[in-house]
Design a protein. Structure first.
Length: 620
């Protein structure tokens, strides 16, 4: 990992620093085994700076770090902080000395490399410039002279005039600065029209005085992931620092950067944010706080991608400018475009599968199509220079996502076509939005508004209208179809879980090789069934059979899955799932055209209801 000199300290620190704070929470609420595994992985990746504070978990972070560092036999560059509540400011020097002594006991060390003042400066709640320079600094310098710390720093929060005076005093070696894509104003001009504190590029003042900068809140406490849901280990509720008035507002702003992810500038919003902060000119070390080893792994992978292109950095400012901010809450049209590609491709796939099964055994064609799709995707990924192998810690997510997103369709769905017409199967499969909307609420925090509930009701009305005709053969006919109904309902549940899982726990790798891996892993059960129980005679395959196979490989798998995962990046999972209600409508119309299945006024009414539902849901 890239190492940098931290201001005038001369310390060589990693571009990514290990934050042991309470927001991510791993060093406060994680298990001892998880904490040690996380630190071990950080050091293995080249992270050299670890940051904590007496205030984090009221000492729990320092205790956990002391135990874990001893167990690992590790000695990183280590920083901690002191916070002075108003009640202690009658004896600032005594409170600072007592705090450091307590921190050293918890850490099991005789000294730390960096000791930092954790209070705001110049605000009513914080310390005055006079208190900092006249009382805190002499106390800190005495501790440094006693060998209990090597360098002194501040957490640079407060008013700009006060911070400027402290930086220019020469008393401090480092400053921890809130810096992220939502508010880069420590090092760059503030975004126009974005609600955030403007630090007036104080980083220039810091650099002129040899003060090394340590970036904090580089993910805006997680908001720059674009997700409102919090990890169980993370702090449940967190207030923004130097950005919008609420976490939800920060999340909404972060989602306006989704076009950069859709254009493959970065693999996720979190990766985009980490690279934006870590490689900003003037940044010494960017701290990342995590709730799991997986999150740390994703951050390590992100900095491994290097800096963002200058054009992408400029677009961040443009996307967050007042023109876009005025459209607060608007969803990117590109996401709906990807959703239409997916819906059309998968809708046509239902009659195509029925045609395929005239020439091919049901799993053999899946295997051959998957082989072609994976080969094509790998070739495309290699030509683009994409990283082909998942990073460490990503295999578990990849396996689960593959089973839910691909095995559902490759292994379970084909069974339904032995009992159901293509149109019937398509209709029942797309009860999926019901399950996805229900799951997205507790897992992702996507609380649907009334428009989305109403849209879901309209869309399901369209599907029900179709089903009423497709399954109108009476009780006996319905009973005969039950195995097919069970298989396709299982598919719907798995795919709904896959949509939510992909949104909550994304795999950190480029989209093209990601789809290739999911198809490869997700179709493994189909390989077992095909080779163990089916017989394939290539001589029986007609030109229609080969044409349908090419469609499945290139369109239904490569193009549709790429479009689907990009839609999930750009749109809320529940909304993307509701947009997929178009699939059964397209499936019914294409089945009529290709297979001669019935088509009448009922189908047109269903189309109107479904389209109306999707449009209404998009507003909520």
């Amino acid at each position: 990992m890239e190492q940098r000199v931290l201001g005038r300290t001369g310390l060589r620190v990693s571009v990514l620093g290990y934050g042991a704070g309470a927001v991510g929470g791993l060093m406060v609420r994680g298990t001892a085994a998880e904490q040690e595994a996380s630190l071990a992985r950080a050091f293995e990746a080249g992270i050299t700076y670890v940051d904590t504070a007496a205030f984090y978990g009221m000492g729990e972070s320092e205790k956990s770090l002391g135990r874990a560092l001893k167990a690992l036999g590790a000695d990183p560059i280590l920083g901690t902080k002191v916070r002075l509540p108003p009640a202690t400011r009658g004896d600032i020097a005594g409170a600072i000395a007592a705090s450091l002594e307590a921190s050293l006991r918890r850490l099991g060390r005789d000294s730390v490399d960096l000791f930092q003042l954790h209070d705001e400066i110049g605000t009513p709640e914080g310390m005055t410039v006079e208190q900092v320079l006249g009382e805190a600094v002499p106390a800190l310098q005495r501790l440094r002279d006693q060998g209990k710390c090597r360098f002194l720093g501040i957490t640079a929060l407060g008013t700009v005039p006060a911070l400027r005076k402290v930086l220019e005093s020469g008393a401090f070696d480092t400053a921890q600065t809130p810096f992220n894509a939502l508010n880069p104003s420590w090092l760059a001009p503030a975004h126009k029209g974005v609600v955030a504190q403007d630090f007036a590029q104080l980083g220039q003042v810091a650099a002129a005085n040899g003060v090394g900068l340590i970036g904090i809140r580089i993910l805006a406490a997680g908001a720059l992931s674009g997700e409102e849901a919090r990890h169980p280990v993370a702090m449940p509720e967190v207030a923004p620092i130097a950005s919008a008035g609420s976490y939800a507002e920060d999340v909404a702003a972060a989602r306006r950067l989704s076009p950069l992810v859709a254009e493959d500038v970065a693999g996720s919003l979190a990766e985009l944010a980490i690279r934006y902060a870590a490689f900003a000119p003037g940044m010494g070390c960017a701290l990342i706080g995590t709730a799991s080893v997986g999150q740390l792994e994703a951050a390590i992978a992100a900095v491994g991608q290097g800096p963002l292109p200058p054009a992408a950095v400029a677009r961040v400012a443009a996307l967050l400018s007042w023109r876009v901010a005025a459209q607060k809450g608007a969803l990117p049209l590109r996401g709906f475009g990807y959703l239409m590609v997916t819906a059309t491709a998968w809708g046509l796939n239902w009659p195509v599968m029925k045609l395929l099964m005239r020439d091919w055994p049901p799993y053999a064609f899946r295997v051959v199509a998957a082989l072609g799709a994976v080969s094509l995707l790998v070739a495309v990924a290699a030509s683009q220079g994409d990283r082909l192998w998942p990073g460490r810690g990503q295999w578990g997510r990849l396996a689960v996502a593959s089973v839910l997103n691909v095995s559902a369709w490759s292994v379970v769905a084909p069974l339904s076509l032995f009992w159901l017409d293509a149109a019937e199967a398509a209709i029942i499969a797309y009860t999926m939005p019901v399950w996805a909307t229900v799951l997205a609420w507790p897992v992702l925090g996507e609380r649907p508004g009334w428009q989305r509930f109403a849209g879901l009701g309209l869309g399901l009305s369209g599907v029900t209208l179709l089903m009423a005709g497709a399954l109108s053969g009476g009780v006996a006919a319905l009973a005969a179809k039950l195995p097919g109904v069970a298989a396709i309902l299982c598919t719907a549940l798995m795919f709904a879980c896959g949509a939510v899982f992909t949104k909550r726990w994304p795999v950190a790798m480029p989209p093209v090789p990601l789809v290739a891996w999911q198809i490869a892993i997700g179709t493994l059960p189909a390989w077992v069934i095909a080779f163990g129980f089916e017989t394939l005679d290539f001589g029986r395959v007609t030109w229609m059979g080969w044409g349908c196979l090419i469609y499945v490989a290139v369109v239904a798998q490569c193009a549709a899955y790429l479009a689907w995962f990009r839609a999930l990046r750009l749109l809320p999972a529940g909304l993307a799932a509701m947009g997929s209600l178009l699939v059964p409508v397209i499936g019914v119309f294409s089945s009529a055209a290709l297979l001669g299945e019935p088509l009448g006024m009922r189908h047109l009414m269903a189309l109107v209801l479904t389209l109306g539902g999707v449009l209404l849901a998009a507003r909520g």
